[in-house]
Design a protein around this ligand. Structure first.
Ligand code: PLP
Ligand code: COI
Length: 341
């Protein structure tokens, strides 16, 4: 397979149009058989549910070229399941798990020329999404939906790749108790835009959101869950009903216990204790594991002992093991790797 002429090592996390995308429509109570198309434009009613009332959910996963030249995806079944959970919360029809995985496989195969080579530092980001396409004007769910998947080659989510970033404690809340913070709905990201633009203007890479009810507990950032490492090398990760159940975080908890023999605590994390941790990182499909060197809370700085030059040692072990599994250098737990080609 001849690869596209792309400067893989220097692409950022942006959109590059690829050749094929997948589309399936839900009408009359059922999904059609779905198809690949060259057409990157979506034509829907001006009154579509997604345009009026933000009825849309999405997923994000990646395809990797492994050391031995295969192309694989990481745990697509969990993305399929989470998309079903997201859809149900917004009164949208489920797109069945087997069909989701089949659509992902089709999209990667159809865009193989865009799957970055092994060792390039880039990956193919896959974006499944679904939206209400038929008109609604009274507030209610749409009757028709479109499920689509496209792919785009991406580099690191944060400029500088594995360099530690500085983040701020946000004055805005991301998700309410009993709200939609635990699903991957577009609305959660629309309402974070003002906060992220503000953070960027002030020179920060991301926001740390606290729990909306008490503003004492760590939730997550706009696009990743938190990992902390204690001074005695325990992995601590916030547990909350209003954060996204990150597939990367759930995988890292397993990796920490089963591959690295670390003790893991999944529990409420009070902001007050953050200053006592040795390392901090953000984890997600896009973020992979991005180390955090400093957190600024209204002028008060928390500087982690791991510093601003490199990942902390435990974060690095987690990073190397996870990416080793994804790129085929380390044996994966049963069922984690879906071989495409
Ligand atoms: N939290 C939020 C808000 C996200 O958007 C993402 C990205 O998907 C994550 C966490 C990480 O989740 P995952 O590891 O499943 O990509
Ligand atoms: C992902 O990690 O896949 C996400 O959807 C996060 C987003 C901020 C790009």
């Amino acid at each position: 397979m001849e690869k596209k002429n792309i400067d893989w090592a220097n692409i950022g996390f942006g959109y590059i149009k690829t050749d094929k995308r997948y589309v399936s429509n839900f009408k009359g109570g059922q999904w059609d058989e779905g198809t690949l198309t060259d057409d990157d434009k979506v034509v829907i009613s001006e009154c579509a549910g997604v345009l009026q009332y933000a009825q849309t959910v999405f997923e994000g996963l990646k395809a990797y070229t492994t050391e031995d030249g295969k192309v694989v995806c990481f745990r697509p079944d969990l993305n399929a399941q989470r998309m079903i959970d997201s859809a149900q919360r917004l009164e949208m029809p489920a797109f069945p798990e087997e069909r989701f995985i089949d659509a992902v496989v089709q999209i990667v195969k159809a865009n193989l020329a865009y799957v970055p080579p092994y060792g390039s530092g880039a990956t193919l980001y896959i974006r499944p999404y679904m939206f209400g396409s038929s008109p609604v004007i009274g507030v209610k769910p749409a009757e028709e939906y479109q499920f689509r998947v496209f792919a785009t080659p991406v580099g690191p989510y944060f400029k500088g790749g594995a360099k530690p970033i500085t983040i701020k404690v946000s004055d805005f809340d991301r998700a309410a108790p009993h709200g939609t913070g635990n699903i991957k709905a577009g609305l959660n990201y629309a309402m974070s835009l003002h906060a992220i633009v503000t953070a960027h203007e002030e020179g920060y890479s991301e926001n740390m959101y606290l729990d909306a009810a008490t503003r004492t507990k760590v939730e997550e950032t706009g696009g990743a869950n938190f990992l902390f490492v204690t001074k005695d090398n325990k992995l601590v990760t916030p547990k909350s009903d209003s954060i996204l159940p990150s597939i990367t975080r759930r995988s890292l908890v397993y990796v920490a216990k089963e591959y690295l023999g670390l003790e893991v605590e999944e529990r409420e994390v009070f902001f007050e204790e953050v200053k006592d941790f040795a390392e901090c990182g953000l984890c997600g499909t896009a973020a992979v594991i991005s180390p955090v060197g400093k957190i600024v809370d209204h002028g008060n700085e928390i500087c982690f002992p791991s510093g601003m030059d490199e990942m902390g040692p435990v974060t690095k072990k987690l990073y190397d093991t996870l990416t080793g599994i994804q790129m085929g250098r380390i044996e994966a737990p049963e069922g984690w790797i879906k071989v495409i080609e």
